[in-house]
Design a protein around this ligand. Structure first.
Ligand SMILES: *Cc1c(COP(=O)(O)O)cnc(C)c1O
Length: 393
C-alpha cells in the first residue's frame, strides 16, 4: 500500500501531519450504509469523538449517517458540519447545563442519560424552555468486552450508565417527568472489540432487560447498542474496511426486536481508523547500549494511543527499502511513555526518512494536545494535495 501515498506531495510538507485517504473513507461509509441497509430500521450514528476534523465530519454528514456526540462542543461541530439535529444523539456522564441547553435549543433527537440526577436536571432545563427532551437511559449491561481495560465501559463497576438493578426505577421516573419523553435504552460496552461473541452477549442481555420491562407493560421504541467494532491494526492493508456485514448480521440474528422497534448504532473507530495515517520524519537514529532508537518528529502529542493504552500501530519507512533493522520508535516529548513501538522492524532509517504510522484516523487528531507547547497537527486529504501549491497550505 506504500503506493497509495502521494510521496512526491509529502516531500515539501512540514511534518508531522495527518493524511486522510478520503477514497477509503467514502468506500467505508458506503459499506456501512449498504450493510446496515439490509435490515429495516437499523440507524447508524458516527461517534464524533473518534475524529471531529471538519473535512471528515462534512464527508460523513454527506454520506447520510447520523452523529453520536459526547459534549456540547461536538454537538456544535456537527451542527456546523451540516448534520440535521434530529440525527444527533448525545451521551456523556457529565453533561453541563450549557451543553444540555445547547442540545435542547438545537432540538437533537435524543439524550442518552447516564444517571438519575442528570435525568432530573434535563427535565428542569427542558421545562424552563417549555420543550420536551427525548431520552434513552444508558444502562450498564455488565458485559465484559475482550479489550484493553481502559476502553471497556460496560462492567458493573464503571462510571458510565445506570446499573441494571436500577433500570426499572429509572424508567418509571423517566415516564413520570413532564418534560421528558422516554424513548428507549442505550448501551455501549467498549471499544476495539473484534469478538462478535461480545456483541452477542450484549444482545442477550438486552433481550432479558426488555422482557423484564415488558412484564411491567413498558415497551421501548428505540434500542441503541452503542459502537465498539474494532479494526485490524496489525495488517491494515488486509482489512482496510472492517467486517460490517458480520457485525450487523450479529445484531440482526441475536437481538429480539419488537415490531417497529429501531436499532441505533454508534460506530467511531470502525469508520475512520483505517483512512488516517500520521506522517512523520525521522530526526535522529541514536545508538543506545543495547538497542537503536528511531527518534521521530511526531510523538504522543499527535497520537497518544500507544502511551495511553499500549496500542500498537503498524509503522512503515516510506523513504527506504534498505534491509530491516530493529528500533525502539519514539517521539520527542519529555515523557518516557512517548514510545510508538519497541524492538520494531523497519527498513533501515536515516535522518529525514518519512515514516507512516498507520490506522491513525480514529482517536488520533481528536486526542492531540499542545503539551510541550507543540502545535496541533495539520491534516491533508488527496484533494488538498492535488494543488501544486500544497506546500503553502
Ligand atoms: C466512544 C463511544 C462510541 C464509539 O466507540 P467506537 O469504539 O469508536 O466505535 C459509541 N458510543 C459511545 C457512548 C461512546 O462513548
Amino acid at each position: 500500500m506504500k503506493g497509495m501515498f502521494p510521496l512526491h506531495r509529502f516531500r515539501d510538507l512540514p511534518t508531522p501531519f495527518y493524511y486522510y485517504d478520503t477514497d477509503l473513507l467514502r468506500q467505508t461509509t458506503d459499506t456501512v450504509r449498504r450493510e446496515a441497509g439490509k435490515y429495516e430500521d437499523f440507524v447508524v450514528h458516527y461517534a464524533v469523538k473518534a475524529n471531529a476534523n471538519p473535512k471528515i465530519l462534512g464527508m460523513i454528514c454527506a454520506s447520510g449517517l447520523g452523529a453520536d456526540c459526547v459534549s456540547g462542543g461536538e454537538i456544535q461541530a456537527c451542527l456546523d458540519a451540516g448534520f440535521s439535529p434530529n440525527k444527533i444523539v448525545y451521551a456523556g456522564v457529565g453533561k453541563s447545563d450549557w451543553e444540555i441547553n445547547l442540545a435542547l435549543e438545537a432540538g437533537i433527537f435524543c439524550f442518552n442519560v447516564e444517571s438519575m440526577p442528570e435525568l432530573e436536571i434535563i427535565n428542569e432545563l427542558a421545562a424552563a424552555k417549555n420543550v420536551t427532551a427525548g431520552i434513552c437511559l444508558r444502562i450498564n449491561p455488565d458485559v465484559d468486552a475482550h479489550t484493553h481495560a481502559n476502553i471497556t465501559t460496560g462492567l458493573a463497576e464503571n462510571k458510565f450508565g445506570i446499573a441494571m438493578n436500577e433500570m426499572e426505577t429509572a424508567v418509571l421516573k423517566a415516564t413520570s417527568l413532564s418534560n421528558i419523553n422516554f424513548m428507549g435504552l442505550h448501551f455501549h460496552i467498549g471499544s476495539q472489540i473484534l469478538e462478535m461473541n461480545d456483541f452477542e452477549k450484549l444482545c442477550n442481555r438486552i433481550n432479558a432487560l426488555q422482557d423484564l420491562l415488558e412484564a411491567r407493560g413498558i415497551v421501548v421504541k428505540e434500542l441503541n447498542v452503542g459502537g465498539g467494532l474494532g479494526v485490524d491494526y496489525e495488517v491494515p492493508d488486509q482489512h482496510p474496511i472492517p467486517d460490517f456485514e458480520t457485525y450487523f448480521a450479529t445484531y440482526h440474528h441475536h437481538l429480539k426486536r419488537r415490531p417497529g422497534q429501531r436499532v441505533h448504532f454508534e460506530l467511531g473507530r470502525a469508520i475512520v481508523a483505517q483512512m488516517g495515517t500520521l506522517i512523520s520524519r525521522t530526526l535522529y537514529v541514536k545508538q543506545g547500549t543495547h538497542k537503536k532508537f528511531a527518534i521521530l518528529d511526531a510523538g504522543m502529542t499527535e497520537l497518544i494511543r500507544p502511551a495511553l493504552y499500549q496500542a500498537l500501530h503498524k509503522i512503515e519507512n516510506l523513504s527506504s527499502k534498505a534491509p530491516q533493522e530493529r528500533y525502539d520508535v519514539v517521539g520527542p516529548i519529555c515523557e518516557s511513555s512517548d514510545v510508538f513501538a519497541k524492538d520494531y522492524l523497519l527498513n533501515q532509517l536515516h535522518r529525514g526518512d518519512l515514516v507512516a504510522i498507520r490506522s491513525s484516523g480514529a482517536y488520533g487528531e481528536s486526542m492531540a494536545s499542545q503539551y510541550n507547547c507543540r502545535k496541533l497537527p495539520k491534516s491533508y486529504t488527496p484533494e488538498d494535495l492535488q494543488d501544486c501549491q500544497c506546500h503553502k497550505i
